[in-house]
Design a protein around this ligand. Structure first.
Ligand code: UFG
Length: 340
């Protein structure tokens, strides 16, 4: 059985990715420091797949911790690197925390991959590296700009560190997946997104409002240059996104370019109002919301051209927006202990 190491494997996207690798027949080793997740996620993964992944509570920003795990698992064929801080607003307030954790993490991972001959890397990147693109949809050839936030900048810097490292050694290969907006939860509702405190992101805020934890959703701006005035994103189902990582590892083990980038989205933009309507339609819940000012740092509209992922990677988003939004609601109800 082929083995992969997944850093950040108990996090939101990481946990769904562990499930898809196990379902595809891989053995999975997780490294996670549980700074933004909890150990029960491993139970959820086991309950879905019937198999418990190996778990190490360890911090990828700690060189020795990465060495301990990689030295024991030098038979792994790939590393999928998620472990990183991800709150855009927090990164503006605490840039050094983000640069330390997110940059030291990739440095340690690449260093130990070289040392132990683990040759393939899948990196968790973001469409934030494109900023507000001039042309939509965004292709992988669209210019990369300096992102608005330190968090976004760590994604750009991570890609640069990967490319420089690959250029220095003929051994390693890497695929960077640039995610658009991941939403939803596993269809079993046994794993999903677990934001700490007040959620920054749209979907968790919506589900927490509908369940009564928040008074109402604030829609950040209705004066954008879009059909209904609210901002547009490409919302991608988290399980669909997870499957792209399995495809990426298959591709890395074949003969191809040493560094490739893929946009991972649906190819379709949805406005904030369209998401609210999809939520109400698919769950039968009415959502309280009000229009407020724009949020600083938000781009107006962005969605992916997914042609390269569809044709070269052989991956395509499958789930509909309604079923994805509904899966987020089923998860919220389960987390809050309401009957599903
Ligand atoms: N929004 C609201 N109200 C809320 C939360 C969000 O109206 O309470 C709006 C935002 O203004 C935006 C849209 O919903 O128009 C999506 O916002 P999210 O915060 O869910 O997502 P972002 O597009 O801001 O950010 C996401 C990821 C980042 C990543 C970025 C790349 O959270 O990690 O995409 O564009 F960097």
């Amino acid at each position: 059985m082929q083995k992969v190491i997944i850093t950040g494997g108990t996090g939101y996207i990481g946990s769904h990715t562990v499930v898809e690798f196990q379902n595809a027949g891989y053995e999975v080793v997780i490294i996670d420091n549980l700074s933004n997740s909890n150990i029960e996620v491993v139970d959820g993964i086991e309950s879905i797949t019937g198999k418990r992944p190996q778990f190490y509570k360890a911090d990828v920003a700690c060189h020795k911790a990465v060495d301990d795990v990689f030295s024991k698992h030098d038979d792994a064929i790939a590393v999928i690197h998620f472990a990183a801080y991800k709150a855009v607003g927090e990164s503006v307030k605490k840039p050094l925390l983000y640069y330390h954790n997110n940059v030291q993490g990739i440095v340690n991972v690449l260093d130990k991959m070289q040392e132990y001959n683990i040759l393939n890397l899948v990196f968790s990147s973001s469409c934030t590296v494109y900023g507000q693109p001039e042309k939509l949809p965004v292709t992988e050839e669209s210019p990369v700009v300096k992102p608005e936030s330190p968090y976004g900048n760590t994604k750009k810097i991570n890609e640069e560190i990967i490319v420089d490292t690959l250029n220095s050694t003929r051994k390693l290969k890497a695929i960077s997946l640039r995610y658009f907006n991941p939403i939803g939860a596993h269809e079993s509702a046994k794993i999903g997104e677990l934001p700490l405190g007040v959620p920054d992101n749209l979907l968790p805020y919506i589900t927490q409002t509908a369940i009564g934890l928040r008074k109402e959703l604030s829609v950040f701006g209705d004066d954008y240059n879009t059909p209904d005035g609210t901002a547009i994103r490409d919302y991608i189902n988290v399980t669909d996104l997870a499957k792209a990582h399995v495809k990426a590892v298959s591709r890395l083990t074949e003969d191809h370019d040493r560094f490739e980038v893929f946009n991972v989205g649906t190819g379709k933009g949805s406005s904030v109002m369209e998401i609210i309507l999809a939520f109400e339609r698919s769950t039968g819940q009415e959502l309280k919301y009000k229009i407020v000012d724009r949020r600083a740092g938000d781009v107006e509209q962005v969605w992916a051209d997914t042609t390269k992922a569809n044709t070269v990677l052989g991956w395509k988003a499958e789930k509909t927006l309604d079923e994805t939004v509904k899966s987020a609601w089923e998860w919220e109800k389960r987390v809050r202990g309401e009957s599903v």
